[in-house]
Design a protein around this ligand. Sequence first.
Ligand code: DX5
Ligand code: ZN
Length: 213
Amino acid sequence: MIAPSLLSANFANLEKDFEWLNRSTADWIHLDVMDGVFVPNISFGFPVLKHVARLTDKPLDVHLMIVQPEKFIGEVAQLGARVMTVHHEACIHLHRTVHEIQRHGMMAGVALNPSTPVMMLQDIIADLDLVLLMSVNPGFGGQQFIPQCLQKVAQLRTLIAETGSHALIEVDGGVNMETGRQLRQAGADVLVAGSAIFAADDPEAMCRRLSAI
Ligand code: DX5
Ligand code: ZN
């Protein structure tokens, strides 16, 4: 699956991007919420997301790069989001948060920063619907892919098989045609792509190419 990240879109004219996004091969729309505390950048919040949600019928994949994300489970559910992903590094009571997300009818995702090992998920993996492996340090679009992530995808595949988990593996950061191919080979299910799609001459065509990997 492909999830274009709206972070690289033109926020002054989102309707224009949704014209092609809605007819594209995009499976999900990836939405990056940043608070300037968990990551060194601020993106957008619920007043913006409320309007974004009205522009599309595609499933919304909400990636919260914020501290205390459990405070906003209700708000994300109200958007009608398909997936709510919180960072392992931001959740003290991760088990409770994951089950709260699911109780609100959403798929629960847990994201790992590049320096957080896959084995940190050992005791929660069976409960998860998705794991988001960051292949850049979160906070900005357009960064370079950290190749170590490929090994983490393989390790996570093994952990999922061993535990009988149904979690999808999503990868976020520096995804393009080349790294996308490597990630698919390693066993990734969902690829997030921001700048590779939105900076392309023909974003819809690039989205189609990524879908076809
Ligand atoms: C980074 C965000 C990503 C970002 C990816 O912190 O989580 O979703 O939009 O952008 P690219 O694909 O340009 O690396
Ligand atoms: Zn993201």
